[in-house]
Design a protein around this ligand. Structure first.
Ligand SMILES: [Zn+2]
Length: 252
């Protein structure tokens, strides 16, 4: 039974609303384009959402478990950095948390740590092996967390997978506490190590990585939702690591 897929329609640029795109290349019949107005790179028309999740279902718990110790250590480093620089305690939410290594590390460092993940096998592993209670399976937007609930929200290699960026960032802004911080890590299309010929870039993944940010496009997306940059880490790898907080209104 083949899926009856309607002819996919182009979307407007989620960052600037623009409707004019330059075709950069195609891969597996998907068009990688750049917004002519703001330079955001994306797959447009967007791939069928059903085609993406199938790829990383099963084997991952195996590969993951083998590297658990190493992963926990690495995640602890990320947590400590946030604690040092931004928020010392409170509630932490890791979005797209996989098995919950960041959640475990945040809990170990004194946070009331939560995670949300669409992949149920990962959530089960986190609950069993990592002894995590606050893992939820599903999409962030369906969880109904209270307003201003989290002091830290992290998305590590997640935002490039999310079909509706504006829906996501609206929700992040709603559940972020005043004074809280959102940490984003995602590939950087604009990094000096990113190949000029973007079709050869290893981060280019049809059906999986839907959006390819530069610092400017990422910053603009968040600013559109009342969130502004608090810190941008310099990265040796072709990745962005940016911290956002609520834009503070300046008294007149
Ligand atoms: Zn645009």
């Amino acid at each position: 039974m083949g899926k009856a897929s309607a002819a996919a329609a182009e979307i407007a640029c989620p960052v600037c609303g623009g409707g004019q795109f330059e075709l950069l290349f195609t891969k597996r019949d998907e068009s990688f384009v750049r917004c002519k107005a703001c330079t955001l790179m994306l797959i447009n028309p967007p791939p069928d959402p059903d085609s993406s999740s199938a790829t990383y279902d099963e084997d991952y718990s195996q590969a993951y478990i083998r590297k658990a110790d190493k992963k926990l250590k690495r995640c602890a480093g990320w947590v400590k950095r946030v604690r040092r620089r931004f928020v010392g305690s409170g509630r932490w939410l890791d979005v797209g948390c996989s098995a919950g290594f960041v959640v475990r590390a945040a809990a170990d460092h004194g946070f009331d740590a939560h995670g949300v993940e669409v992949e149920s096998a990962a959530v089960e592993y986190g609950r069993d092996a990592l002894k995590l209670k606050n893992l939820r399976c599903g999409f962030l937007e369906d969880q109904g967390y209270p307003d201003s609930f989290f002091d830290v929200i992290s998305l590590y290699d997640v935002i490039e997978h999310v079909p509706d960026l504006n829906h996501l960032v609206t929700e992040l802004d709603r559940i972020l506490a005043p004074g809280g911080v959102i940490e984003i890590r995602t590939p950087n299309v604009d990094h000096w190590q990113t190949p000029r010929d973007l079709s050869t870039w290893k981060e280019v993944k049809p059906s999986e990585h839907l959006y390819y940010f530069s610092f400017t496009t990422l910053k603009t997306l968040f600013e559109n939702h009342g969130l502004s940059v608090r810190h941008k880490r310099a990265m040796l790898k072709p990745a962005l690591n940016v911290y956002f907080g609520k834009t503070v209104a300046v008294a007149p």
